[in-house]
Design a protein around this ligand. Structure first.
Ligand code: SAM
Length: 220
């Protein structure tokens, strides 16, 4: 990989990553497993070399095709909300993007099933994860608003793009007790929602305002 030779120097060193983790802690990310994963995965390997020195800043970064790699806080927050204290067996991620969130989720779960509608992005992500020896990930190029029925049900579903409404197929692919975390357009803003599949039905929590690129196609 092009930026592999940046490992361990200056702005891309483990020290830069440790500073990012301290910032995340101060921002309220408390799950030790999530913080451990954020400390371990080299975020600078998921952006173009020209942006590598900015990888640990508290900012979203462009990844091409009009898409972005979310800021570290958002990635950690999605993981924390979705995974909780347990280790889920199966996680569906909608929106592979650069593969960074996928790599974080792969540290926290048995298998990550990740779907992406822009094939070229997913191809790059796949190479990056393979390069980092992260093998517990399955990939599909498809419209993620339909989920990935073949491997359903999932213990966790994480959507990394904002939907106009919660896609029904995603709710149907949740295992009993499963959790869906999804940003949803609500009036002039987006709200991050967590939906838990309970015996009594779907319990919906509004978590916090967020800013994501739109979910494309389908129910996007
Ligand atoms: N989690 C990613 C990362 O770590 O780089 C960033 C995701 S970016 C904010 C949102 C991604 O969702 C983009 O890569 C976009 O192409 C993808 N996307 C948007 N709509 C989609 C859809 N209907 N199905 C699958 N992927 C979709």
């Amino acid at each position: 990989m092009a930026s592999a030779n940046l490992d361990g120097i200056g702005m891309t060193s483990p020290r830069a990553r440790a500073r990012m983790v301290e910032r995340l802690r101060a921002q309220g990310i408390l799950n030790p497993k999530v913080l451990e994963a954020m400390a371990k995965v080299p975020r600078h390997r998921f952006v173009d070399e020209a942006l590598a020195s900015r990888a640990y800043e508290d900012t979203a970064l462009p990844i091409g095709f009009g898409q972005t790699l979310s800021q570290p806080y958002t990635v950690a927050r999605l993981a924390e909300l979705a995974v909780g204290p347990r280790r889920p067996d199966k996680v569906l991620e909608v929106g592979t993007g650069s593969g960074y969130q996928t790599a974080i989720l792969a540290q926290l779960a048995g298998t990550v099933y990740t779907v992406e509608c822009i094939e070229a992005l997913q191809k790059k992500a796949r190479f990056r994860l393979y390069d980092l020896k992260i093998y517990n990930v399955k990939y599909a190029h498809c419209d993620g608003s339909q989920g990935w029925p073949k491997y359903a049900p999932y213990d966790v579903i994480v959507v990394t793009a904002a939907a106009w409404e919660i896609p029904d197929p995603l709710l149907k692919q949740l295992a009993p007790g499963g959790v869906l975390v999804i940003p949803v357009e609500q009036g002039p803003r987006q709200i991050l929602k967590r939906i838990t599949c309970t015996e009594a039905g779907y319990a919906v929590e509004d978590i916090e305002p967020v800013k994501f690129v739109p979910l494309l196609g389908g129910k996007g």
